[in-house]
Design a protein around this ligand. Structure first.
Ligand SMILES: [Zn+2]
Length: 69
C-alpha cells in the first residue's frame, strides 16, 4: 500500500522498527531477535530463534509455559 520508508513494519513482539526482510512476507526483528510473517496483519505468526538457530513457534513456547503450571 505505502512505499513510505518511514512506515515500515513494526515488530509484533516488541514493537520495534528495527525490522529487516529475510524473505517474502518474512521479517526479522533486530531488536528482540524473532522472525515473523506479515501475511496476516491481524494475527502475525512470530517465530523465536533458539541458540542453534532453529525457528520455533512463539505460540508453541507460550503453550509449553502454560503447561508447566
Ligand atoms: Zn522485536
Amino acid at each position: 500500500m505505502s512505499n513510505n520508508p518511514n512506515n515500515r513494519l513494526l515488530c509484533p513482539n516488541c514493537g520495534s522498527r528495527q525490522v529487516g526482510e529475510v524473505g517474502p512476507q518474512r521479517h526479522y526483528c533486530r531488536s528482540c531477535y524473532v522472525e515473523f510473517d506479515s501475511g496476516g496483519e491481524d494475527n502475525p505468526q512470530v517465530y523465536l530463534i533458539d541458540d542453534e538457530g532453529n525457528l520455533f513457534s512463539f505460540e508453541d513456547s507460550v503453550q509449553e509455559a502454560k503447561d508447566d503450571h
